[in-house]
Design a protein around this ligand. Sequence first.
Ligand SMILES: [Zn+2]
Ligand SMILES: [Zn+2]
Length: 139
Amino acid sequence: MIDARCSCGAVSISLPGPTRLVAACHCIDCQRRTGAPFGVGAFYPVEAVTIAGTPKEYVRAAESGGRVRCYFCSECGSTIYWKADNLPAMIGVAVGAIADPNFPAPFRSVFERSKHAWVGIDGAGIEHLEQGSARKSLG
Ligand SMILES: [Zn+2]
Ligand SMILES: [Zn+2]
């Protein structure tokens, strides 16, 4: 088991282990959510994770359609995970909240149309999409 948690530790999520379903997303919403030039999410089946704490929910429209529900700590503000209405069986977990430099690299880089020019997501077999869904064809 590995854990993702917020800065203060009030919200955490237990994960069964690393996953290869990791995607980098350069959309403007992920930039604003993270405060970083792009977001990286690891995707798990909802039933495989255990959530502790009581995060606050923020619902927004997704650039790829449908709505996304982001869950963040009301004490420290970190977003730990999110759920997309168009893929209800999966949960996205903020890879930064796992805080493991050896966590698997992204297999897909999406919304590169709004990627900062100096950012490069490199590696063998990485799929690069101008838009697209981080979650499309996962699993
Ligand atoms: Zn917190
Ligand atoms: Zn995004």
